[in-house]
Design a protein. Structure first.
Length: 135
């Protein structure tokens, strides 16, 4: 068994795709419209190897689900965050801000440890934890 994807409901699909591709550097793997159900699915992710599609490499994806008649969602209190490993959390935060993204916790050591982390937020308010690779 393996993890295939995590699904997030989004209010504005184009805005969300732009965030995950332009701000976080993921690739758009697939986009499917379902007119009869009035929804669209878009899958984004990172390639595990240069030139290899994330879907064919078995890389976990994020499924962005846009229900055409729902402009926004209450995030609730159960969902935590998506975690992404980065080489340099400080540089990644700067790149996110430069590309118009929102950093909600600057890079620094976690409260009860030494791992360097940061948090960004997507346009719908979902948190993305940036965890710096241990050297």
């Amino acid at each position: 068994m393996r993890i295939l994807h995590t699904m997030l409901r989004v209010g504005d699909l184009d805005r969300s795709i732009a965030f995950y591709t332009n701000v976080l550097g993921m690739g758009l793997v697939a986009r499917h419209d379902f007119p009869a159900g009035r929804f669209t699915l878009a899958f984004v992710g990172y390639a595990s190897q240069p030139g290899v599609s994330p879907s064919s490499a078995g890389t976990p994806l994020i499924e962005l689900t846009h229900n055409w008649d729902t402009p926004c969602y209450d995030l609730g209190s159960g969902f935590g965050h998506i975690a992404i490993e980065v080489q340099d959390a400080h540089a990644t935060c700067e790149a996110i801000k430069t590309r118009g993204g929102k950093v909600v916790r600057e890079a620094g050591p976690m409260q009860h440890g030494s791992t360097i982390i940061a948090f960004a937020e997507d346009p719908d308010g979902y948190r993305i934890e940036l965890i710096q690779q241990q050297r």
